[in-house]
Design a protein around this ligand. Structure first.
Ligand code: HEC
Length: 106
């Protein structure tokens, strides 16, 4: 995929995710946050009991927590490196995605 295509997809996904609550991630979300989904589940239900479920979690909590992982306020050997490369808008985007998912669905 070309850089231009990736950029356009990313822009489109921002518009999509802010304009409607959708359960299935766009290709751009998958490309950017696929690594998150590999542990926390694409539906926000984690793949292992020791990984937290994020479906339906409060958006502001998710934003705050990811910033704390990123700046080391909440030190964690797994989530620290995961949050490091995220921009504020990445954090907003993924927090909104998980907050919009229905909790309790398996
Ligand atoms: C290798 C598995 C793994 C990956 C990949 C991963 N996480 Fe996590 N995540 C965890 C674990 C384990 C915790 C619990 C950390 C702790 O002990 O506080 C966690 C915690 C979190 C929390 C805090 C949940 C809470 O209830 O406080 C958030 C938010 C989160 N992850 C988001 C993400 C995002 C966004 C990504 C992708 C950038 C991601 N994670 C990638 C395993 C993972």
């Amino acid at each position: 995929m070309t850089l231009l295509k990736t950029t356009l997809l990313a822009a489109a996904s921002v518009i999509l995710t802010t304009s409607m609550a959708q359960a299935a991630p766009t290709a751009a979300l998958n490309a950017k946050f696929g690594v998150c989904f590999s542990c926390h589940g694409v539906d926000g239900h984690a793949i292992l009991p020791t990984y937290p479920n994020l479906a339906g979690q409060n958006k502001d909590y998710l934003v705050q927590t990811l910033k704390e992982f990123r700046d080391g306020t909440r030190p964690n050997p797994i989530m620290g490196p995961m949050a490091k490369p995220l921009s504020n808008s990445d954090i907003d985007q993924i927090a909104m995605y998980f907050a919009d998912l229905k909790p309790g669905k398996k």
